[in-house]
Design a protein around this ligand. Sequence first.
Ligand SMILES: [Zn+2]
Length: 336
Amino acid sequence: MNEDSCSIIEDQGIVTLSQKNCPQLFYFGQYFRLINNSNGQCKWRCVKPSCNVRCITNGCSVGEKYAVEKDNDDPKSHPNHASDPIRFSRLEKRRKMREIAQNTEEAPSCIISKCVDQIQNEEAIAQSSTLDSDRQFITRIKKAKKDDYLKISQPESLKEITFPNELIKTYDDDNFLLHDSGADDAERFFIFGTMALKKNLNHIHFLSTRLDLDDPVQAKINSVYEYFEETYVGKLSQIKNGRGRNKIEEIRSKPHFAIELWNIHSRLISDIPWTTSLVESWHNAFCRILTSHTCVYSLVDWLRKEHKKTNENLIKFKTSVTANRNQEKFNIDKRR
Ligand SMILES: [Zn+2]
């Protein structure tokens, strides 16, 4: 080593990611691999096997710039080989794409467009990866980061749906799947939510009607009524009461979802909107998060996330934040 070893060279190096996902220092057209990292002092060595040029930085966080100190020879000149700035812009572009693919749900084409400014000069563009290989790269990253439930094969019928345990719990470990009409139900359906919302609700008027059960259409309508009655109102049954059990009384059993849970009576009293406009605007916003034809497991996970987000908002409203409703929307609500 000569006298001025370890002296700081003014220009900075930038840490990027190698194809093997290791930090790699780019400095004056050359790449260095991390060989030692102790107490924040990082030692790097040129990636070319024939080259022994080493240097030092005070950190190795990907995307950061660091002052480069020389260790043995001048890290700017590598006597054995030429520099490769084009490779740098290529790797940087891949790194950016990886970052977006891992942290967002954006479509590959969108990610590619966002990274299009990464490679500037014509020579580098000519040597850069094709659109197809970029797309494959992004798809690979997205696949690798997928939650476990997305790796299991997708159900091809309602019968095949089996929710992994993590999906039927909220992020707070509450039950999230409230109802499953059963694998044998040809029109199987699920209800997701939590019973914590139960407190808010009230009264009901249930329409009953006489239907001709011999008519298949009316029989179907009747089964919907029955389902509704059983689930939301409580099934009506007659019991004999009174002395000598000669008085017939009608009583309702406990419904699956208590009337207080879903009825809007208290909303009217409290002057809270009772149209579905808010639900519809939520639905619109929610659909924009989802990709088209989202698989059922992914959909349920987004619902869980939404549930968590709503809970967080509730906590905020209970503590400090106040919500101001848009007056225009408020008036629309008033029209009912
Ligand atoms: Zn070298």
